[in-house]
Design a binder for this molecule. Structure first.
Ligand SMILES: *C/C=C(C)/C=C/C=C(C)/C=C/C1=C(C)CCCC1(C)C
Length: 226
């Protein structure tokens, strides 16, 4: 995460346009926050225990503290690329925060059945969120230049695939109380997902400065005048 942060800072050097700077600022914050939360988890501070029936679950709460900030920032990057309006951004961020908060409830709930219920509510919010990405946001991105639209659809598809795996890892992992995936493997899976969804995402997004330039330019005039 830290290497990602340093790389993104390097990529952003010399960018003067305030609209373009937004991409770099958001992306740098994503890996910085995740890096700090991983440090918390590595030093044992980010860990707590929840009793469910006669089982004691190890819950890394720092994950949720990470995600509640980093997932809106990732969506902000996508929305910026698509040239989305405030309403669309607010809808996405609202759904996203709702998803993480209900995920936190699922993680800390002490009745196994209620954990699954809240997991279901959170997953429902994720599906609606992805629906907005595929619908409204893709429509808006398609009004941009072809290179911007192409980068948007790459990042959107990456986001859809990776984000859908989070609830799967969660329910199979210790949080799901079924215990199919031991804590070690769950932690490894979340790490790979986090690195791909944040550093991988950022590398693709910030790879081409000219594409970001095209994304921040006003939309090409359509043939409505005259
Ligand atoms: C960088 C971190 C990312 C992209 C995290 C994404 C996290 C999710 C999409 C989490 C979703 C969850 C549910 C849909 C159900 C409940 C459990 C969660 C919080 C893992």
């Amino acid at each position: 995460m830290t290497i990602g942060t340093l790389y993104f800072i390097g990529r952003g050097r010399g960018v003067r346009d305030p609209e373009m700077q937004k991409f770099y600022i958001a992306t740098i914050f994503i890996t910085t926050i995740a890096g700090a939360m991983y440090l918390l988890m590595a030093t044992g501070f980010g860990l707590t225990q929840v009793q469910v029936g006669n089982q004691v679950l190890d819950i890394y709460w720092a994950r949720y503290a990470d995600w509640v900030f980093t997932t809106p920032l990732l969506l902000f990057d996508l929305a910026l690329l698509a040239g989305a309006n405030r309403n669309t951004i607010a809808t996405l961020v609202g759904l996203d925060v709702f998803m993480i908060v209900t995920g936190v409830i699922a993680a800390f709930e002490s009745v196994a059945a209620y954990r699954i219920l809240w997991w279901g509510i959170s997953t429902g919010a994720l599906l609606v969120l992805l629906y907005v990405l595929v619908g409204t946001l893709s429509e808006q991105a398609n009004r941009k230049s072809p290179e911007v639209a192409r980068l948007f659809s790459t990042l959107r598809n990456l986001t859809i695939v990776l984000w859908l795996l989070y609830p799967v890892v969660w329910i199979l992992g210790t949080e799901g109380t079924i215990g199919i995936l031991p804590l070690y493997w769950e932690t490894a899976a979340f790490m790979v997902l986090d690195l791909s969804a944040k550093v991988g995402f950022g590398v693709l997004l910030l790879r081409s400065r000219s594409t970001l330039e095209a994304a921040t330019k006003p939309e090409p005039a359509t043939a409505t005048t005259g």
